[in-house]
Design a protein around this ligand. Structure first.
Ligand SMILES: C[S@@+](CC[C@H](N)C(=O)[O-])C[C@H]1O[C@@H](n2cnc3c(N)ncnc32)[C@H](O)[C@@H]1O
Length: 668
């Protein structure tokens, strides 16, 4: 691609985030030097590195300017008058007025602008009007009650007719007679708060469930000014954009808070319906944790709630595994999680962070552990040296079906792709699947290919190179692709369309850590997910495995062939650091309910870049999904940490090995 095109694309991606060219240019220049003009890296993840660098630069500049202005500000602070407070308050109140919004557009943080782009649709039509709160000064109460929340039409939002969750509160147009506004008193806004106060951020309709923010001016400093809700909302949205790259135009902190209240309500209703106290630990845990938070001087309620959404690396936090403690809310000291870990944290409702077309939640019903941090990728990426090549020009006629047209699996189309691997229901053909299962469970009965210099043997780096143990000439699915004349939803395109079943990552009760399960019944031959991760050469994998934990699979299609020989051509996938949900699939010896099958999508040569999991039998809802990693527990070819297999299968190779060695010891 011409350099100019790269640059244009980078500018365009940043413009879409609301970042002006002038801000992009200097940062991009530096990044190009830093990344040695590697555009692939820069463009990765929709120019994430560039966006991060711009935000970091902005933060640094801001911090420098803040430093310079500190001294000056101190002097000015002393002169801060009630009139100034009035002016700010008025501005915040007016900021939501439609006609002013356009004028402010350029000054607004990018997220706000993005959000407003969607306002013609549902996003802002449903958004609540913003209000101020009154203090209960007359009654001497330190808490700040809020009124019912109304939408812009003046109606109380009641989506399901029951108790509803209100959302974040902020400034509103105080001239609007339709709104019922409750305000902070001028006095409260402009003066020091003597006692500890609680600011209500969101509330259910009856006030049964609330999100409060506690603040104690006595501790925080005597010149605290309570920000308006609008100020707080803007600052939060800006922060969300910068820290977590929440770019959905419909995202709003208000909704987020409201959703949190709704979820809490729903869960507590469910828990109340459950007869067993163990099944409703949410509230008790909450209280316990808040007690702990108070005892350990942890941040207040809102932080505790924020952290409940924030899984962290089990090793990097002080997890609490006292008997019976639920995962409902987890409070951990902030200092024990790094900023990077925090970014890798997966959402409890969707571990994919929106990267798949379906949401995949996670749950831990046994202890307070949370999934390990990793970067979720829906498709594989080349790490560094792997020669992953596919080009339309290099695709020979023998590598594509010449008769693809319409839906290749439709009865009227006599296409060579029909009946090869998939049925018209998108399942694997029975015969094809059975052959794959037989290959995997009994490889010795099938055709093995032998390399002259086996990459796997070479990888062991032993003094004397062992002969190749043989590689299966595996059956491969060939999907139609853009080079075919068929339609996008042709029945011979399954894996490339991604996950579509309801799945869940869960903490297993049998000592194998996290696992993956189906939340609905799956028929035999159904596609579940791909093994996505980083594509590495074997030598890169060996190097990596000596430094850190890996979870690799070998992409060894046709390794016996001349072209494929050599450590740098033999490829593998590592799903440990960049990966998808397959990194949670546990091993089961021999009779696993998933099988991994190579899939050709873009290329048909000796390597394949897609390894997909299909069900080997019908699966029940809530059943754990497992696959046979193909490990032999007595060899160390597989460059991952050995584990003591707990699969429970009657064919468990680990159990057999243990009992064999016990017998041998007895005989000796
Ligand atoms: C790819 S990860 C699977 C997800 C993993 N359970 C987790 O908690 O992240 C592979 C690791 O899971 C554990 N594991 C998988 N299958 C197992 C089994 N049958 N028995 C014991 N441990 C297993 C081992 O620690 C193994 O190294």
């Amino acid at each position: 691609m011409a350099p100019n095109t790269h640059v244009k694309r980078a500018f365009k991606a940043m413009n879409d985030l609301g970042i002006a060219d002038a801000q992009v240019k200097p940062v991009l220049k530096n990044l190009l030097i830093l990344y040695d003009k590697n555009w692939e890296l820069i463009a990765e993840d929709n120019y994430r590195a560039l966006a991060d660098a711009i935000f970091d630069t902005q933060e640094t500049t801001q911090a420098t300017e803040e430093g310079k202005g500190k001294e000056k500000k101190k002097a000015e602070e002393a002169e801060a008058s009630a009139a100034e407070v009035d002016r700010r308050k008025k501005k915040a109140l007016e900021s939501l007025e439609e006609d002013e919004e356009d004028a402010l557009d350029e000054l607004e943080p990018p997220l706000k602008r993005l959000r407003r782009r969607g306002e013609g649709s549902s996003a802002l039509n449903n958004s609540p009007s913003l209000k101020e709160h009154t203090t209960d000064a007359e009654h001497g109460s330190p808490s700040v009650p809020i009124s019912e929340l109304e939408n812009t039409n003046g109606h109380v939002e009641q989506p399901d007719g029951g108790e509803t969750a209100n959302t974040f509160h902020g400034a509103t147009n105080d001239e609007d007679p339709r709104t019922t506004m409750v305000r902070y008193s001028e006095h409260r806004l402009g003066t020091t708060l003597e006692e500890s106060s609680t600011l209500e951020l969101a509330s259910s309709e009856t006030g049964g469930v609330k999100i409060n923010l506690s603040f104690a001016p006595a501790i925080g400093g005597s010149n605290l000014r309570v920000p308006t809700m609008e100020e707080l909302r803007r600052a939060m949205e800006d922060k969300c954009l910068r820290s977590y790259k929440i770019l959905d135009p419909n995202f709003s902190v208000g909704r987020f808070m409201g959703d949190m209240v709704s979820c809490f309500l729903e869960l507590s209703k469910k828990a109340a319906a459950s007869p067993s106290p163990e099944k409703s630990p949410f509230l008790t845990t909450n209280i316990d944790l808040l007690k702990k938070s108070a005892a350990t001087n942890l941040p207040t309620n809102i932080d505790a709630l924020k952290k409940s959404e924030a899984p962290m690396h089990v090793d990097s936090i002080g997890t609490n595994e006292e008997a019976g403690e639920s995962m409902g809310l987890v409070v951990v000291p902030e200092c024990q999680i790094s900023a990077d870990d925090f970014r890798l944290i997966s959402s409890i409702s969707d571990i994919t962070l929106g990267k798949e077309t379906v949401q995949i939640p996670w749950v831990n019903e046994f202890n307070s552990k949370v999934p390990p941090p990793f970067r979720y990728v829906a498709q594989s990426y080349v790490y560094l040296d792997a020669a992953v090549k596919f080009s339309l020009g290099n695709m020979g006629d023998d590598q594509r079906c010449s008769s693809c047209c319409g839906d290749c699996l439709a009865p009227s189309v006599a296409c060579g792709c029909a009946g090869f691997a998939y049925t018209k229901d998108g399942l694997l053909e029975k015969e094809f699947l059975e052959e794959c299962i037989s290959e995997a469970r009994d490889p010795q009965k099938h055709v093995l290919q032998y390399c002259k210099e086996c990459p796997l043997e070479k990888a062991k780096k032993e003094e004397i190179l062992e002969p190749c143990k043989g590689h299966l000439k595996r059956k491969v699915v060939k999907e139609c692709w853009i080079s075919c004349g068929c339609i996008e939803n042709c029945g011979n395109r399954v894996v490339q369309h991604g996950i579509h079943n309801k799945l869940q990552v869960f903490f297993t009760p049998n000592g194998t850590g996290w696992g993956l399960r189906a939340l609905e019944k799956l028929p035999k031959g159904a596609f579940v997910c791909e093994f996505a991760g980083e594509i590495l050469t074997i030598s890169e994998l060996i190097q990596r495995s000596s430094e850190k934990l890996t979870f690799p699979v070998i992409l060894d299609a046709h390794w016996g062939s001349e072209e494929a020989s050599g450590l740098d051509k033999a490829l593998c996938l590592d799903g440990m650091h960049y990966g998808n949900i397959s990194r949670f699939i546990n091993h089961r010896c021999s009779d696993a309910n998933l099988i991994d099958i190579p899939v050709h999508v873009e290329n048909m040569d000796f390597n394949y870049y897609h390894l997909a999991f299909f069900t080997t039998r019908d699966i029940e809802a809530m059943e754990e999904l497992t696959w046979d990693y193909g490990v032999e527990f007595n060899d160390h070819v597989y460059p991952t940490l050995p584990f003591h297999c707990q699969c429970g299968s009657e064919f468990c190779r680990n159990v057999k090995r243990i009992s064999k060695s016990k017998k041998a010891k007895k005989r000796a």
